[in-house]
Design a protein around this ligand. Structure first.
Ligand code: ADA
Ligand code: CA
Ligand code: CA
Length: 370
């Protein structure tokens, strides 16, 4: 009996080594980019069905027509896993209801760090991958090999079928537009950049260096929305807000002097999108405000959020479902004894002191990774 057990132990060990060393897809996914996922069997694209922004909104396949509900950011969450965040809804793809069954539905949900929202991307050759759920170990597939629009996407045993194979295709910014003078989005108006890239004229707007006093590429007046914009280099002084603002699916490919500045009191929401490569600050708060950052990817800067040095006004920062990596100094730095931060369901790595001078911190569901 003992012998039999040890044979099983050795077999088990060998098997687990095999599993552990199974090569994840070598290509790394740049979280400042957007991808569409095209099914090999049907040629159709993975989408959040019916423009849903709700929790539980279904994920299905549809003709590849270029909508943002068919675009995904692929975010490395460590240990060989990724999450897929829909560009339109800002929600993460998951296996619904902690289900391990064949045929269990795949839908979107607020990103809360669950294993059911994490996927391993495995190269199967010919430019295709399979996508395996961390919680269930089952593969993402188009149900019953359907080729119809709206056909459901579910999980199933990894059987290697063409309906379980996906091609990740980068969605490139369409055009590059040179901004010669600040684009003003008037109070209550919406500016939709349709995925185009905006770059500053370095002489009339700003060269994106650390020189103070550069102009912004966008100025958002009270109640304005800025969406589907890529800010390329040089991004000058980025985005300035004057009052309430919604900044949705905005990607800073290369932060300029800083990425966004709150110039006047208001409630600013940054939802989806990403920012990277800042020499110093990413988000600068120069007036009392509420700043919400949801499903955002922030990486490589001096600090993610800085309340104006020496200022003592009250500001509240809320961070949810985001991924924050490589901040030299901190996630949030303030000199105000009343300013607060609350961070939930966020993954972070290498963030310096994390909180610098912040006297009121509340956190839940966050995960530090390497
Ligand atoms: C620095 C500078 C401030 C202000 C700020 C900003 O903190 O000291 O005066 O310019 O940057 O808004 O970029
Ligand atoms: Ca500055
Ligand atoms: Ca600035």
């Amino acid at each position: 009996m003992k012998k039999l057990v040890s044979v099983f132990v050795v077999l088990g060990l060998l098997f687990s080594m095999l599993v552990v060393t199974e090569p994840a897809f070598a290509a790394s996914y740049d979280n400042s980019k957007k991808y569409k996922l095209v099914n090999r069997q049907s040629g159709k694209a993975l989408e959040v069905y019916g423009w849903s922004t709700e929790n539980g909104g279904n994920i299905a396949q549809y003709n590849d027509w270029g909508g943002t509900s068919q675009q995904w950011t692929v975010i490395d969450v460590g240990q060989g896993y990724h999450k897929f965040v829909n560009v339109f809804s800002g929600k993460a793809m998951e296996v619904s209801n902690w289900n391990k069954d064949n045929g269990a539905n795949v839908a979107q949900w607020t990103d809360w760090n669950g294993e059911s929202q994490q996927w391993k991307i495995v190269d199967v050759g010919n430019g295709y991958v399979k996508i395996i759920n961390r919680f269930s170990n089952k593969a993402l597939e188009v149900y019953e090999r359907s080729k119809e629009n709206g056909a459901n996407v579910v999980q199933y045993d990894d059987l290697g079928g063409a309906n379980q194979q996906w091609k990740l295709v980068e969605v490139k910014p369409k055009e590059t537009i040179v901004v010669n003078s600040t684009i003003v989005v008037k109070a209550g108006e919406v500016f939709d950049g349709s995925g185009n890239r905006y770059v500053a004229n370095p002489t009339t707007v700003g060269d994106g260096s650390q020189k103070e006093g550069q102009k912004s590429v966008f100025r958002l007046e009270d109640g304005a929305t800025l969406k589907n914009v890529v800010l390329g280099a040089p991004a000058a002084d980025g985005v300035h807000t004057y009052g309430d603002a919604l900044i949705e699916n905005v990607v800073w490919e290369d932060i300029g002097e800083d990425a966004m500045t709150i110039k006047k009191e208001g409630h600013v929401v940054i939802r989806g999108g990403s920012a990277q490569h800042g020499s110093d600050k990413m988000f600068q708060i120069n007036a009392p405000s509420q700043l919400d950052i949801i499903n955002f990817t922030a990486r490589d800067a001096g600090k993610m959020i800085r309340q104006l040095g020496g200022s003592t006004f009250h500001t509240e920062v809320y961070i949810e479902g985001s991924v924050i990596t490589d901040m030299n100094e901190a996630i949030f730095r303030t000199d105000s004894s009343t300013s607060k931060v609350r961070m939930v369901n966020t993954r972070y790595s290498n963030v310096g002191k994390k909180w610098y001078g912040v006297k009121h911190v509340s956190e839940s569901g966050n995960v530090e990774f390497n």
